[in-house]
Design a protein. Structure first.
Length: 373
């Protein structure tokens, strides 16, 4: 088994270097960061003492009953339908692992999270991509997607709100694809780690659909990536048993402190989501103005959800040199070749929080400097 270099993470981790010149992280896909102090402050007196008295031991492989109940309440499902994971990454790993049968294929979005295709291919699974095109506002083409499914297809994966484009599936689009897959006994996987962060019409969780498998986590919309907690919602008990069995081989269980803090976060999810929406909305308004002022150099499709946008250079040239020069000036954005789309670049507009305005001002200075060359 051989994995291709993970260009996305290698690029972003440069901000962690001790001598990094990066002042503004506009590359990451997360939301405004919370501190442990801020999280505990929402719970009031007594939570710290409870945390300190937590036994340092394994938790249940399915997740603690308290965490599963909190996730179930968020998703509107029964707690039995919830399987806790070590981030959405473990959920995806397990899904591809279980799909790895001779002759199997999976249907994935392009662009999409780079690990998905790499993991599937490393396990010998054929990957078929449906294409999200800027000229179509990065919307899914239903006919193209359905045309990729055959008797050897093990799963169709959708990501809404989408990373990196910010595209969103409507409820009707999700339901249509769900029914199509259910009729053919193909697993529909909805990666909705950015739900419910929308910048226009909102969509409902796909957990309401009886044959869908939902993946989510605490890293994106809930802005607590350091917890490394994710979850799956699946109404099929046989599939849930397979997930639990695979997890027993992979990570066994989550971090006991992370699970306790995750419950606390979900008890105050409205406050966390409100902050994420406020920051993302305010920063997206700044981007509206920037892309209007620089329309001769940049193209973009305004994201309808999530915390990332996927602009492109109007010239159609490779964005890596553009991003490298910008990084030398202290602003980090992700070159599009990390997603197999060299003319694009990913711009995260929530991770930098209150620093975004200064970062985007530095970005404009850079653009104006290019204009006079």
């Amino acid at each position: 088994m051989k994995l291709s270099p993970f260009l996305l993470d290698r690029w972003i981790e440069q901000k962690q270097d001790p001598d990094s010149a990066i002042e503004y992280d506009l590359a990451s896909s997360t939301g405004p960061v919370w501190t442990l102090r801020e999280l505990l402050a929402m719970a009031g007196d007594g939570e710290l003492e409870g945390l300190l008295n937590t036994p340092i031991s394994y938790t249940a492989g399915t997740g603690t009953p308290a965490l599963r109940a909190a996730i179930a309440a968020l998703e509107g499902v029964d707690p039995d339908a919830v399987q806790v994971m070590t981030g959405a990454s473990e959920a995806l790993l397990i899904l591809f692992f279980l799909a790895a049968e001779p002759g199997a294929n999976v249907v994935l979005p392009d662009p999409g999270f780079p690990a998905n295709g790499a993991l599937a291919e490393s396990m010998g699974i054929a990957v078929r991509y449906y294409h999200l095109r800027a000229e179509n506002e990065f919307r899914i083409d239903p006919d193209e997607t359905r045309g990729l499914v055959d008797s050897d297809t093990r799963l169709v994966l959708v990501n809404s709100p989408h990373n990196p484009t910010g595209a969103v599936l409507s409820d009707e689009e999700m339901e249509s694809l769900h029914d199509f897959c259910a009729e053919r006994r193909v697993q529909l996987v909805s990666d909705q780690v950015y739900h419910p962060i929308y910048h226009g019409p909102e969509s409902r969780t796909a957990a309401r659909l009886p044959h869908a498998t939902v993946i989510s986590d605490f890293s994106k919309a809930l802005c607590l990536s350091g917890l490394r907690i994710g979850w799956m919602v699946d109404h099929d008990p046989a599939r849930r048993e397979r997930y639990l069995n695979a997890r027993s081989y992979f990570t066994i269980s989550a971090n006991v402190f992370s699970e306790r803090l995750a419950v606390l976060a979900l008890q105050h999810s409205a406050q966390i989501y409100a902050r994420a929406r406020a920051v993302a909305g305010r920063n997206l308004a700044l981007l509206d103005a920037v892309f209007a002022r620089h329309a001769e150099r940049l193209r973009w499709v305004r994201p309808r959800g999530g915390m990332t946008a996927f602009p492109s250079l109007a010239s159609g040239s490779d964005s890596r040199a553009f991003c490298q020069e910008l990084a030398r000036r202290g602003v980090l954005m992700t070159p599009g070749d990390c997603f197999g789309q060299p003319a694009h670049f990913r711009l995260g507009f929530a991770a930098s929080g209150e620093k975004f305005a200064s970062g985007i001002a530095r970005f404009e200075e850079f653009l104006e400097g290019l204009a006079v060359r």
